[in-house]
Design a protein around this ligand. Structure first.
Ligand SMILES: C[S@@+](CC[C@H](N)C(=O)[O-])C[C@H]1O[C@@H](n2cnc3c(N)ncnc32)[C@H](O)[C@@H]1O
Length: 299
């Protein structure tokens, strides 16, 4: 069977066996097959990167391996956990079960964080950035990758996530400017040397209410770490903590920028206002006019 015939056969088979999630818009039949094909060929790349590449030839053993990978995907193993890669802001990252798969929607936060980091720094002025709730390290790492004037301190309550972040730091050769440590929120940096020191704090916190977490799609609930989603009874427990504790670590006029869940924007905006800790509160909305990112500047 030639490549085109094999591709068509797999594509016909997958047509009604796969369902795609709204928060992984980069995954389609074509990008899924391409990414699994490259994985079978011994070239792990993300769906986003694989989609536009021409497919390599496969040996007979690799074709057998490809059918095993396809079976895993049919049985709901997330694509990025099979390939071991996810693309975030055009950067290829390592992914596995130790942390949440970075989502396309979080690029809104990543881009805002990068923009702020560029406004705050220049080659003569290195800035200190904290990535709280770092997961795989995607946010802090991409900001450091694109802005050489950033020194990034990442942290997550999950030691496994911190381990994966460290592997991503190595993978991208960012050891000199990015480090990761385990801790509850900003606890890992709760020392005199860090308080009032940060120019920018970035956070993509868990913000789904506990009752909704239990109803998430099986592909997510059976595979991705629940601590990445559960924001307590109302979904805003971690965000409240961030808004309350973050300013202690910011220098005066430093910025904090974070993602919020669908429908939480107005409430969190008010919550930030009520603290009277911030001189500016700004929002970024997605293409459907939902507030998804809030940035606040310490007074
Ligand atoms: C929504 S995920 C974000 C991961 C990654 N930053 C991203 O954008 O894909 C939230 C992360 O927060 C971590 N987390 C949950 N509770 C935490 C806490 N109290 N302190 C620090 N990290 C926490 C989880 O382990 C998870 O990695």
């Amino acid at each position: 069977m030639d490549k085109e015939e094999l591709f068509k056969k797999i594509s016909d088979e997958l047509e009604d066996k796969l369902h795609f999630l709204d928060d992984k818009p980069e995954e389609t039949i074509i990008s899924t097959i391409n990414a699994l094909w490259f994985k079978a060929a011994g070239i792990p790349i993300s769906a986003e990167r694989a989609v536009n590449l021409s497919l390599p030839d496969l040996t007979e053993n690799q074709i057998i391996y490809l059918s095993e990978l396809i079976q895993m995907r049919i049985e709901n193993t997330p694509l990025a956990y099979i390939t071991g890669r996810q693309n975030f802001m055009e950067v290829e990252l390592l992914t596995d079960r130790r942390a949440l798969i970075p989502r396309k929607e979080t690029e809104l936060l990543g881009k805002k964080a990068l923009q702020l980091s560029r406004e705050l720094s220049d080659p003569d002025k290195k800035i200190y950035v904290m990535d709280v709730c770092c997961g795989s390290g995607n946010l802090g790492i991409t900001v450091a990758y694109y802005n050489p004037n950033c020194i990034v301190f990442a942290s997550d309550i999950s030691q496994e996530a911190v381990d994966l972040t460290r592997e991503n730091i190595n993978f991208l050769n960012l050891n000199e400017r990015v480090s990761a440590n385990q801790g509850d929120m900003m606890e890992a940096y709760d020392k005199d040397e860090y308080r009032g020191k940060f120019d920018l704090i970035i956070c993509n916190p868990p913000y789904i209410s506990s009752s909704k977490v239990q109803k998430m799609d099986v592909e997510i609930s059976m595979n991705e770490p629940m601590a990445a989603f559960d924001g307590g009874m109302l979904g805003i427990k971690i965000i409240q903590k961030l808004v309350h504790d973050g300013p202690k670590f910011l220098r005066n006029a430093g910025w904090m920028v974070f993602e919020v869940g669908l429908g939480q924007g107005q409430l969190i905006h008010q919550l930030c206002e009520r603290t009277q800790l911030f001189s500016q509160i700004k929002t970024v909305s997605d293409g459907s006019d939902n507030i998804r990112v809030i940035s606040v500047q310490k007074s």
